[in-house]
Design a protein around this ligand. Structure first.
Ligand SMILES: [Zn+2]
Length: 345
């Protein structure tokens, strides 16, 4: 029944949202020979007959209200299932948090993107649906990467949209590589997706992209494509170049990327994380300030009881401010421009 529905409509998103808690596995083969395997709700793997050397994972909906990436991935899956898009690489598409998508909310009980690399089992353990999903998604990622043999290139692009606006509409988070060099070719690919602002992390994280990077050696990124909008209200033309570049990657029709030039990018590193220490924590700028906004040296950014946080560095910019986090959690990240010329391959 699932097979017939998918063959007829290609609408894996509808099938997923109608079955947010689970879907019986099934597999079938398209007329063009591509093998299709449904592993779970929101989890679908494809293997074309003559596939290339890339194992590609696209994920969306890790935060349930971030709809544009879900629409991008759902369209790709539909076009594969209906034979319009001829895959040239192995592909796993993950719709992260179907229950939260149905609610139109970022999460049901816990931020799924803080639960990877085993964080799902820490503290109280696997006590809610998001923790179980994080654990399951890790399992599916492992299974997908381990199913292919020989020299393979692994990728994971985890697509998001940000809660607030951004001075640079699209940006990516490059997970901490533990001293390994950042890859020019990946930055060039991001630029082809119209993502030219990249935050280079210097610490381990509990995100999905860090998990794929650190555990599986994948080139993995969290990609923020713009501001959150409800389903159907996204201006999809703003994402057209990104979707087109992802499709070119999947079909091995990517045009040669222009040579790398640092001048094309805004590259940042984390300068400091400001953690909320008391109930009195307060941000001293407007609620709707954009990510990557910077202020003159000495500007008061936040107070926390007797503590004052002021701009300390030229070009220091803020991202992800949120005064409402729990005490002890990160309330804001401060970043500074980074010269990476010697740390790229
Ligand atoms: Zn998100």
């Amino acid at each position: 029944m699932i097979e017939q529905q998918l063959r007829d409509t290609g609408d894996f998103l509808a099938l997923t949202l109608a079955n947010p808690d689970g879907l019986s596995p099934c597999h079938f083969t398209l007329d063009n020979g591509t093998a299709v395997e449904v592993w779970d709700t929101g989890v679908i793997a494809f293997q074309p007959v003559n596939y290339g050397t890339k194992d590609i994972i696209l994920s969306c909906g890790v935060h349930g209200n971030e709809t544009a990436p879900i629409e991008i991935c759902a369209e790709i899956v539909k076009d594969i299932l209906t034979g319009k898009l001829l895959l040239a690489e192995r592909l796993l598409v993950l719709i992260g948090n179907p229950a939260a998508i149905n609610l139109g909310k970022r999460e049901v009980t816990e931020n799924l993107n803080r639960l990877f690399s085993g964080h799902h089992s820490k503290g109280a353990g696997v006590i809610n649906a998001e923790r179980k999903r994080a654990k399951d998604l890790e399992h599916y990622v492992s299974r997908f990467y381990q199913q292919s043999e020989g020299e393979r290139q692994r990728y994971l692009y985890d697509l998001h949209t940000a809660i607030r606006g951004s001075r640079f509409e699209k940006f990516a988070v490059y997970p901490f590589l533990h001293g390994k060099p950042w890859r020019k070719q990946q930055l060039q690919f991001l630029a082809a997706c119209e993502v030219t602002t990249v935050l280079l992390m210097q610490t381990a994280a509990s995100t999905f992209s860090y998990y794929a990077s650190n555990t599986h050696g994948a080139d993995a990124f969290t990609i923020e494509l713009g501001k959150v909008q409800p389903f159907g209200q996204n201006d999809m033309t703003r994402f057209a170049k990104t979707a087109q570049t992802l499709r070119a990657l999947l079909t091995a029709t990517l045009a040669e990327l222009p040579p790398f030039s640092a001048a094309h990018f805004h590259l940042y590193e984390v300068y400091r994380a400001i953690n909320k220490q008391t109930q009195d924590f307060k941000l001293h700028f407007a609620d709707d300030v954009e990510n990557f906004t910077s202020y003159p040296m000495g500007t008061l950014l936040a107070t926390d009881g007797d503590l004052e946080y002021r701009v300390e560095r030229e070009g220091e910019a803020l991202i992800f401010p949120n005064a409402k986090v729990a005490i002890g959690q990160r309330a804001m990240l401060m970043v500074i421009p980074k010269d990476v010329s010697k740390q790229l391959i």
